[in-house]
Design a protein around this ligand. Structure first.
Ligand SMILES: NC(=O)c1ccc[n+]([C@@H]2O[C@H](COP(=O)([O-])OP(=O)(O)OC[C@H]3O[C@@H](n4cnc5c(N)ncnc54)[C@H](OP(=O)(O)O)[C@@H]3O)[C@@H](O)[C@H]2O)c1
Length: 282
């Protein structure tokens, strides 16, 4: 029987991965911070499917806990055949509003954990000449929406590179790039999604089903739904100023500020000074 380790499996996409994988006979190793919630998930899945489930609570931004998960991935006695690096979250507020410690914690979860766990899994899987890795990235990685987008860009490029390095080893790597999915993600990050049209939302079961199908085929980039594949292509070929204009978090605010500054500059015709010499003009 194959075994899958899924990070961030208490809710959302990770929980859906756990259910679908159990449904196709995978034993599971479930990783998230909330141990109680993990135990409940494990019990609920065991009630329906005859699979073995280990619960491995870990905050992946904590180096010691992360190493424990990496060690589990290299255990030859109960090997892991599929790693799903899914855990992730958005921060409440813009870059300047959030403290640097919280930014670092987020990057450790979104990037360092993916790096460390992919490395542990790849080394072990290559030795056995079988296995697969799914790294949950995001279409946000094609945008300029803050450090979150930049980290997802890293996950995508890293996974593409890993997939190439693993060619011919029997092990594959797939980056999953979802658009908006109905999970706890936005609520947890206190994002106001009210204005977003219903058509933009995807459902977790569909996204996970597509990801697992793509991973089974060894597809490197998995982008569920035609609309988001099109959006992905458009954002990749669009001029960067357009991408920045449409996706940067504070674009409207900054454009307004810029217009005010320009008008004032024209009016005063002051001697040109370096930006750091100017006084606050708002
Ligand atoms: N929802 C979307 O629209 C969307 C779109 C594109 C990409 N994604 C990506 O999809 C992945 C899953 O997100 P989701 O939408 O399913 O969000 P979600 O419903 O909020 O679930 C996030 C999961 O990650 C776990 N987690 C968060 N921080 C963790 C940490 N430091 N250590 C261990 N586990 C942690 C959470 O469990 P605990 O709280 O118990 O730790 C939870 O199980 C993320 O990587 C996200 O960036 C989401």
């Amino acid at each position: 029987m194959a075994r899958a380790l899924v990070t961030g499996s208490t809710t959302g996409l990770g929980l859906e991965f756990a259910w679908q994988l159990a449904g196709t006979g995978h034993d599971l190793v479930l990783v998230s911070r909330d141990e109680e919630r993990l135990q409940t998930v494990a019990e609920q899945i065991r009630d329906v499917h005859e699979v073995e489930i280990e619960v491995l609570p870990a905050d992946l931004s904590d180096r010691t806990r992360l190493d424990k998960v990496a060690t589990r991935l290299t255990d030859p006695v109960a090997p892991v055949d599929l790693l799903v690096n899914n855990a992730g979250y958005g921060l409440r507020g813009g870059f300047l509003e959030v403290g640097i410690a919280d930014h670092e914690k987020q990057l450790d979860t979104l990037m360092r954990a993916v790096l460390v766990l992919s490395h542990a899994a790849s080394c072990s899987m290559v030795q056995r000449r079988r296995g697969a890795i799914i790294n949950v990235s995001s279409l946000a990685g094609y945008t300029t929406a803050g450090p979150y987008a930049a980290s997802k860009s890293w996950v995508t490029v890293f996974t593409e590179s890993l997939a190439m390095e693993l060619q011919g080893t029997g092990v594959t790597a797939t980056a999953l790039l979802p658009g908006f999915v109905q999970t706890e993600f936005h609520e947890r990050a206190a994002m106001n999604m009210e204005g977003l049209p219903r058509v933009t939302w995807l459902k977790a079961p569909y996204v996970v089903e597509q990801a697992l199908k793509d991973a089974a085929k060894g597809t490197v980039l998995s982008i569920p739904s035609v609309k988001y594949r099109t959006a992905g292509e458009v954002s990749r070929i669009a001029p960067r100023p357009v991408v920045r204009a449409l996706t940067s978090p504070n674009w409207y605010h900054r454009m307004r500020q810029r217009a005010v500054l320009k008008a004032r500059r024209r009016a005063s015709r002051k001697t040109l000074r370096a930006p750091w010499q100017r006084e606050d003009e708002e």
